[in-house]
Ligand binder design. Structure first.
Ligand SMILES: Cc1cc2nc3c(=O)[nH]c(=O)nc-3n(C[C@H](O)[C@H](O)[C@H](O)COP(=O)(O)O)c2cc1C
Length: 202
């Protein structure tokens, strides 16, 4: 089977990419409006793109009507966001926070998700998240430049919060304890507990 992407409808392109590039980690992004209203939403077109400087990238698509999502509006306004990772125990709350709410309504409050203050930036963070990265935006790229249908947010990590209960005896992350959720195609998700090890060739 071959797929000529130039002949596919946008929804089909999305489905084939989203069900093959898997599992994708989920960035659970908290941000804050210029009037101080917090916002929380998940994004799985997300990855680390550099460790020096420590930089994460999140894709925020435009909505079907062309409008911009609250997360993008907030980071355009003040350049601050927290990227949390999602554990299995938070999967339902993460999913609930993807609901489309009017701008100015906080998913933290609407979905009953506990928040706590960040240290370096204004947006609050998810209280129960085992890993949270306080970030400052370094660049927002409309993509593709000629006819944008999404924005790529490049965010530098300022401060990471790691819950010690997900560490092993060496003080490193134990993926079984972290138990992250990954996005597969459609409604399917995976968990990071299914692991194996390999040594790299010398
Ligand atoms: C698991 C999951 C992954 C998602 N990934 C993305 C993504 O990569 N890009 C995107 O634009 N929307 C993604 N969404 C949809 C957004 O979460 C949704 O549009 C949300 O309402 C945006 O909220 P906001 O307007 O408060 O920013 C995802 C939703 C879920 C449940």
């Amino acid at each position: 089977m071959q797929l000529d992407f130039s002949t596919l409808e946008p929804l089909e392109r999305y489905r084939w990419l989203a069900s093959t590039i898997t599992p994708r980690p989920i960035a659970w992004v908290s941000s804050q409006s210029s009037t101080g209203v917090s916002n929380l939403a998940p994004f799985s077109f997300f990855t680390v793109i550099s460790d020096d400087p420590p930089t994460l990238m999140v894709n925020v698509n435009h909505r079907a009507d062309g409008s911009l999502k609250d997360t993008l509006l907030n980071v355009q306004a003040n350049g601050e966001l927290v990227l949390q990772l999602v554990a299995f125990e938070q999967a339902e709350a993460m999913n609930a926070s993807s609901a489309v709410l009017p701008y100015g309504i906080s998913e933290f409050e609407q979905c009953g998700i506990a928040s706590m203050p960040s240290q370096r930036i204004a947006p609050p963070r998810v209280a129960g998240a085992a890993v949270a990265f306080e970030c400052r935006v370094v660049q927002i790229q409309a993509y593709p430049p000629a006819a944008p249908n999404c924005h790529l947010i490049f965010a530098e990590v300022l401060l990471a919060h790691i819950d010690e209960r997900v560490l092993n005896e060496q003080g490193r992350i134990d993926p079984h304890k972290l138990d992250l959720v990954g996005r597969l195609g459609g409604m399917a998700y995976s968990r990071s507990q299914d692991t194996f090890e390999m040594r790299r060739p010398g």
